[in-house]
Structures are given as structure tokens and as C-alpha cells.
Design a protein around this ligand. Structure first.
Ligand SMILES: Nc1ncnc2c1ncn2[C@@H]1O[C@H](COP(=O)(O)OP(=O)(O)OP(=O)(O)O)[C@@H](O)[C@H]1O
Ligand SMILES: [Zn+2]
Ligand SMILES: [Zn+2]
Length: 801
């Protein structure tokens, strides 16, 4: 038999299956989707079996060395999906297979021989010397051969495992069970000599509790040691075996069981539509548009319940930062042990264990961040993507996939619906819903029947003119004081992205924009120049405002730490908690800050986008946005959309329970439509307005984008290669495609590498992938060196830096 293997060598020449002979003794073992070790040139490397065939064209086919898995780690569907992903993203097939698996399975493996029985045959006991695990090296040094190992494995004495760090990936325990039934046990106890009290007690124990019990627990409960257990095991009165236990990251937490509430009319309507598609096994895509607090999560959960009732499985994606303990609690509370949770705060071992629960079909629901879309379920009945507009669903390195696209592809494979949910859908998704490609479902009302909190817009230009040079407006300060007196809490939001990149007049709020691209120009400190990174238009940094001639024009931005200092000076008695990348670096810090705030150990929570999502505290009655403009003026055509989404999300944090909430938004551009319309929660009007600009400037959803970024330690090299690429694309793509560039990337230098880019805007370019593949092939040799050329291609860029 021949195994076709994708080897772990990500290059163009190796981007195809290689044939290996399956040795006689492994024919029963090797299966499609397993990892194997194969000889490759002088090395031995890892690979995935993607096919098994009877014969090969290859003349001198080498045998594969080893099989790493007992059960396949990739299903046939996932292997197929990997192929699709490779063609979509122009990645290597191996990279696409790797991206679907937990880290532990990709890292360097280590072979180990595990003891599976308390008592091994004499010759093995001699080798193990009481230990539980032998390294492969020790085994190899022993006199035993492969077929003997196999015999012991078959008999259940030993197991062969492949581990990264054995301590971390798996835990095992010894379990004891009685070797006979109750009656026989009683007879035996009668025969035991009276001085063997402890042995008697051990046997006694199983009369009351005949179930298997961990050895450790048994010994403590009976109050004895191994010494009295051993003779009983030896005589076969009791049996011992080894059991793998999966770590539960939520061990020790208890989750109160919740019951589904009866749904409102709107919720019921949405759910009925979803469930109908589940039953018809139809891969419909639904866009569930519901304001914050409208009960979307409840619709997800009850729909999932229907899927489980049918014996099928469900994936629910949430953005990493929304995967809060509160969220996990809701799902665990409803579905108990049927849920696995996958997110980046887990250790590699914990992630692997959660993944194993899915693989072993111990769970039917997975709640997780982006990569959970690859959960190895076999009977998917529903995929849900909450907060579907979040850009974190796009992977930004290596295999640049969007979880939404993968979800739709998997749904087609399984014949199941996809639900995209959001209070502020992405323009792409809403446009598709308008065209009827997606089915629109709406939840227009908040559950608590409260109106959305009132939003006050503060014009920071006016504050300046009145002599207030601080970053806190008079009104915001008063409202913060008021909350302090009433014992209520406030949340202050500061966007730190876009720090110091755009240039704005403090007097009139004018921001310097590219005349051709409708995005703000980026300040490059070194040359004192302003550049548009879409089209490379540039001009010198102005010394006075082109609008009002004020000299207060400068680049913009402040960090959270600075803001905290100012705030403390302004309101010395306030207890402030700061939440940003710096204060949440340690594991558990995020949760700790939220718990402190929830316990009212602070009056003000100051933070970055991290605090925009998922917060649900009844005592928060004021939300302040310090600088709405910092997001609005990112050099990104989605800046208005992001601003609208963020302001809506942030506002949704106030007044979620009985107490009424209030929102203050400080801005230098209070008249901007995204700020205006966010303050009245008018998504549809915002959509209509934003679509006009997208159409006018040829952006998605009217046009598609492709971003090709070139980097090189030498700036001329980077520029020159980008120029050639742009030229080649201009020549080969159709007339209707705009090829923009070469242009310096907004982050012009990272790690001493210079970065240039070419942007393609197009309607339909069926041959685009082919041309770009040719470019990549052409430069392949130059890209081999660590320190040489790098070219990355992003077919649906969200990060334009
Ligand atoms: N049918 C219902 N009956 C009673 N309470 C409900 C119902 N549906 C939802 N709720 C409750 O209303 C609150 C808001 O619902 P939920 O969190 O599902 O809304 P959401 O749209 O997901 O919110 P957000 O987008 O702001 O996170 C929750 O406390 C939830 O338990
Ligand atoms: Zn001005
Ligand atoms: Zn431009």
C-alpha cells in the first residue's frame, strides 16, 4: 500500500503529495489524516497522509518510518478544506493543514513508551524500574524489537505516545476496580487473615462502591498505602489500569444550570428561520442584526439546543476579547459538559485537551475564537459567528484566511446554516443581505425595554476656545464627579491605535486627507512629510492649518498611562483601574481587573478597545469616549465604519440593567456622519451614507482589494521589486482593475526591513491568483534567505499597515 504524504517543508517544489510505501506491520495502522514520519532527502520529517492507494508511479518508493497518531487528527473534510484554503490564500498546502491543528500537534514531537499497567511482565519491569514513562532513546537501547513492542501494545501493557512536553500535554492517573462481583468479594473478605486489616478494608470499600476509583482517592479514603494494595493487585482481587484525564480549565468553577427563557416574538421569528434551515440541511447564511442587548445570544443558544437534539454539532465563534468569563459561564450554564472552550488565554496543553474533547466526540459545542472554526466535528449542524464585523476574524499572518469565508465553505460541506450576528454588521455582510445573498433577520428592540442610552457629543474645539486645554471636557468632568458622589461607576474609553499618525488642527478639527483616496494622510516624522499610503501622493507637513490658518496643527495621540495621570490629577479622590495591553500582559490579569471593577473596588475603568465588548455591569451609568477622532482618522478606508461600530459597542455598555445610562463622546469633528449617526444609533442611515463613499472611491463592498506587501532590509530593493510587481500586474490584469503603487507602507520600517506595497482594486479578475502565483514563483529563490526579500499577499486585507 502507498501513502500519499504532504511533508512539512513549505516550499513551492514540495507543495504536492509524496508517495511512501506503507510497511507490512503498519498497514492496519495508517489512515488518512494521520501524521507520519517519513525520510526526506537526508532528513526524517513530519507529514500528513492525505490519501492511501494501491500503487505508485514512483520507481524507488521509500517506506514511511513511523506513524504518530492512533486516530486521524484531520478528517477527510478538513483535508479537503485545507486544499481549498491553499488555493484561496495562495498558501502552501502544509501551512493550511497546520493552521487547523492545535500548537501541540505541530511542534517537534518526542516519542515515549508509556506503562499502561501497574504490573508489567518481568522483563519490562526490569526495563522500567518502577517508572511510568521511558524515553524512546532508552527503548532503542533495550534488546527489544519493534514487533515485541507492538505485541505489548496490543496486549495493553504499553502505549506509544508522541509528546511535545509530556508533562504538559497529557495527564494520566491509575484507576483501581474490583476483579470480582460483590458476592465473591464478601467470600474473599471472610478468608483474609485478620492481621491483614488494611487489605480487608480495601476490599470492603468496593462492596459499597463497586465503581472504578482513582488509586490516590482510594488510598486516602481507606487510609492506607501501596504496600497493602500491591498484594491484592498481584493476586487479581483488584485490577488497576491507567486512564488519561483531560485537564479542564474551568475545573473548580461551578456553573449554575440555566433554563431557556421563552423567546420574544422577534427572537422566535429569527430562531424559526434558522432552525428550518438546520432541518432542511440547507447551507443558508443568515445575518442577525440586533441592537446591543436585544437577546441575540439567547437566539444562538436555543438554536444550538435544536441542533443538539438532532444529534448534530455546533461551532460558535466569538472575538477573542469578548470571550470573557461571563460569556463562558452562559454557555457552560446552558450546555454543561457538552461545551469545549478554545481561546488564546489557555495554555498549549489546555488547548490541546479541549481540542481532544472535540476529536473524541466528548463535546458537541465549541465556543471559541477564530481558529475554532477548524473544530474537527463530523456532523456540523450550525455555525454561528457573533460580532461578525470584528476584524479579528481575519488571520493576519501566514495563512491569511477570514473565519467567515471558512465558515461558509464548511457549511456547504456539511449542509448546515451559518448565522452572522452583530449590532453593527460589516458593510460587506449588510450589502450581501440587501442583495439577498444572505437572509436578514432583525431584533430591533432591547430586552429590558430601556431605550439606548443618550449620547452627548462634545465639541473639543469649543472647549479649547473656552480655554480648556485638558483632554477632559467640562461636561465629562462634572458627570464623573456626579457618579462618584452617587456611588455609581464610569467607563472611559481611549483608542490607542492610530497613535501619532494623522495630523489635525486643534482649532478647527481639520484633518489633512489625500485628495484622491479620502483617507487621512500619514505623518512620517523623519522626512517631515505627509504621505498617502494608498496612492503614494505626498506633501510636506503644513506649518499652519490650510482651513483656518491656525498654528495649532499637529499630529495626534496620547497613551492610556498619560490619560490616567491626568485623570488622577483632575479627580484625586477617584479610584481608577487601567486596562490596556500593558496592564493585562500577565495571565489572568484581564479577569482580575474586571472582577475588581465588578466588586466596585474602583470608580472608573479606563481602557482601550478591550473594554468595548462584553462588559455587563449594572452599576455602570456613564461611558465616556475621550477621543473619537483617533479611530476616525486611521489611514484606513474602514475608519468611519470602525468608528461607528466602536461607538455603538461602547455606548451599549451603559445602562444595561435597571439604572439608566448616559454616554459622553468627545470629538474634534462632531459633524462627521459616523459620529452623528452613532449617537442616534442609526445603523441603516450610516450604511446608506458610507456606501456612497465606498462606491465613489472604489472600495469594498463595491470593489475587491488585494494587497501585495514587499519588504527587504534594503529600501531600494524593496521599492524596486514592488515597482516591477506593480508593472507586471498593470500589464496583465484587465482594464477595469486599479493597480496602485509602489507606495511605502504606513509602517514603513519594521525590524529594520523596509516595506512597500501595491494595492489592487477590482471587480472581477478570475486570473489574478494565477498572475500572483507567477510573481511568487519568480521571486522564490530571493525569498529563501532569512534576511532577504519577503512578499506577502493578502486577498482581503483588513490591516492596511
Ligand atoms: N427571551 C428572553 N426572556 C428573558 N430574558 C432574555 C431573553 N432573551 C435574552 N434575555 C436576557 O436579556 C439580556 C440581553 O440578552 P443577550 O445578552 O442575549 O443580548 P445580545 O443581543 O447578545 O447582547 P449584546 O450584543 O449586547 O452582547 C441577557 O441578560 C439575557 O439573559
Ligand atoms: Zn484649522
Ligand atoms: Zn491617496
Amino acid at each position: 500500500m502507498i501513502a500519499r504524504v504532504i511533508v512539512d517543508v513549505p516550499t513551492n517544489q514540495t507543495n504536492r503529495p509524496f508517495d511512501y510505501l506503507i510497511p507490512e506491520e503498519l498497514t492496519e495502522v495508517v489512515d488518512i489524516g494521520m501524521r507520519v514520519i517519513v525520510p526526506f532527502g537526508p532528513r526524517k520529517i513530519m507529514g500528513y497522509v492525505v490519501d492511501i492507494e494501491d500503487k505508485t508511479e514512483v520507481e524507488k518508493v521509500k517506506p514511511l518510518e513511523e506513524v504518530l497518531d492512533v486516530t486521524p487528527v484531520l478528517t477527510p473534510e478538513l483535508l479537503q478544506l485545507g486544499k481549498w484554503l491553499a488555493s484561496q490564500t495562495l498558501s502552501f498546502y502544509i501551512s493550511c493543514l497546520q493552521v487547523m491543528l492545535p500548537q501541540v500537534l505541530k511542534a517537534k514531537y518526542k516519542k515515549e513508551i508509556w506503562r499502561m499497567e501497574e504490573h508489567l511482565p518481568e522483563e519490562l519491569e526490569h526495563l522500567f524500574q518502577g517508572r511510568d514513562v521511558l524515553s524512546n532513546e532508552e527503548w532503542e537501547a533495550s534488546p527489544y524489537k519493534y514487533h515485541q513492542l507492538k505485541k505489548w501494545v496490543d496486549e495493553g501493557s504499553l502505549d506509544v505516545r508522541y509528546e511535545v512536553k509530556s508533562k504538559e500535554t497529557k495527564r494520566k492517573i491509575t484507576v483501581i476496580e474490583p476483579g470480582m462481583d460483590e458476592r465473591e468479594l464478601e467470600e474473599l473478605i471472610a478468608d483474609i487473615p485478620p492481621q491483614a486489616k488494611k487489605q480487608k478494608a480495601l476490599l470492603d470499600f468496593f462492596i459499597d462502591y463497586p465503581d472504578p476509583i482513582p488509586k490516590k482517592d482510594l488510598l486516602t479514603q481507606v487510609g492506607t498505602t501501596d504496600a497493602s494494595l500491591k498484594p491484592l493487585l498481584k493476586k487479581g482481587h483488584l485490577h488497576s489500569y491507567t486512564q488519561e484525564i483531560l485537564r479542564d480549565p474551568y475545573e473548580g468553577h461551578t456553573f449554575d444550570k440555566t433554563n431557556p427563557p421563552s423567546l420574544t416574538t422577534h427572537q422566535k421569528h429569527a430562531m424559526d428561520r434558522i432552525v428550518a434551515s438546520v432541518k432542511e440541511e440547507h447551507p443558508d447564511v443568515f445575518l442577525l442584526h440586533g441592537v446591543t442587548g436585544s437577546g441575540k445570544t439567547e437566539v444562538y443558544m436555543q438554536s444550538i439546543q435544536e441542533v443538539l437534539n438532532r444529534g448534530e454539532e455546533a461551532i460558535m465563534l466569538v472575538p477573542e476579547i469578548a470571550l470573557t468569563p461571563q460569556m463562558v459561564e452562559r454557555f457552560k450554564g446552558r450546555f454543561g459538559s457538552k461545551v469545549a472552550v478554545l481561546h488564546s488565554a489557555l495554555s498549549a496543553g489546555e488547548k490541546y485537551d479541549e481540542w481532544r474533547k472535540i476529536q473524541r466526540q466528548d463535546v458537541q459545542v465549541v465556543v471559541g475564537a477564530r481558529s475554532a472554526i477548524f473544530a474537527p466535528f463530523k456532523k456540523l449542524g450550525l455555525i454561528i459567528i457573533d460580532e461578525e464585523h470584528e476584524t479579528s476574524y481575519k488571520q493576519e499572518d501566514r495563512t491569511r484566511y477570514h473565519a467567515r469565508d471558512v465558515a461558509i465553505q464548511r457549511a456547504a460541506n456539511h449542509g448546515c446554516p451559518v448565522v452572522l450576528g452583530s449590532a453593527t454588521p460589516s458593510l460587506e455582510s449588510f450589502a450581501r443581505a440587501q442583495k439577498g445573498n444572505y437572509h436578514l433577520l432583525e431584533l430591533p428592540e432591547r430586552m429590558n425595554e430601556q431605550a439606548m442610552p443618550n449620547v452627548e457629543l462634545i465639541d473639543m474645539r469649543a472647549e479649547l476656545h473656552e480655554g480648556n486645554r485638558s483632554m477632559f471636557s467640562q461636561s465629562l468632568k462634572e458627570k464623573l464627579d456626579e457618579r462618584l458622589q452617587k456611588g455609581e461607576q464610569s467607563v472611559l474609553f481611549l483608542n490607542r491605535r492610530g497613535y501619532s499618525t494623522f495630523v489635525m488642527c486643534r482649532d478647527c478639527g481639520h484633518v489633512v486627507e489625500c485628495p484622491y483616496c479620502d483617507i487621512s494622510m500619514t505623518y512620517h516624522r523623519k522626512q517631515e512629510q505627509l504621505k498617502c499610503h494608498y496612492c503614494s501622493y505626498e506633501k510636506p507637513m503644513p506649518t499652519e492649518c490650510p482651513e483656518c490658518e491656525s498654528k495649532t496643527i499637529r499630529y495626534f495621540g496620547t497613551g492610556t498611562q498619560k490619560v490616567e495621570e491626568h485623570l488622577q490629577q483632575l479627580i484625586p479622590e477617584a479610584r481608577i483601574l487601567r486596562m490596556d495591553v500593558d496592564t493585562t500582559r500577565r495571565k489572568g490579569a484581564h479577569e482580575k481587573i474586571l472582577t475588581q471593577f465588578g466588586n466596585h473596588e474602583a470608580d472608573i475603568l479606563l481602557g482601550t478597545q478591550m473594554i468595548a465588548k462584553g462588559l455587563d455591569f449594572g452599576n455602570v451609568t456613564l461611558v465616556g469616549v475621550l477621543a473619537a477622532d483617533s479611530l476616525l482618522n486611521l489611514p484606513d478606508f474602514r475608519a468611519s465604519e470602525k468608528t461607528f461600530q466602536l461607538l455603538t459597542q461602547v455606548s451599549g455598555r451603559a445602562g444595561r440593567h435597571e439604572k439608566e445610562g448616559e454616554v459622553v463622546v468627545q470629538t474634534y469633528t462632531p459633524d462627521h456622519y459616523s459620529i452623528q449617526l452613532a449617537s442616534t444609533y442609526d445603523f441603516e442611515k450610516f450604511y446608506a451614507e458610507e456606501m456612497k463613499y465606498r462606491k465613489m472611491f472604489h472600495y469594498p463592498p463595491f470593489y475587491y482589494l488585494t494587497l501585495v506587501t514587499v519588504s527587504h532590509p534594503n529600501t531600494f530593493q524593496a521599492q524596486e521589486v514592488t515597482r516591477k510587481i506593480a508593472q507586471y500586474l498593470k500589464k496583465n490584469l484587465s482594464e477595469t482593475a486599479d493597480v496602485l503603487g509602489p507606495t511605502p507602507s504606513p509602517l514603513e520600517r519594521i525590524n529594520n526591513r523596509y516595506r512597500y506595497q501595491t494595492m489592487i482594486k477590482y471587480k472581477a479578475e478570475p486570473e489574478q491568483h494565477k498572475f500572483i502565483q507567477r510573481i511568487l514563483n519568480y521571486y522564490e529563490n530571493d525569498m529563501k534567505e532569512q534576511n532577504g526579500l519577503q512578499i506577502t499577499v493578502d486577498f482581503q486585507p483588513y490591516q492596511l499597515m
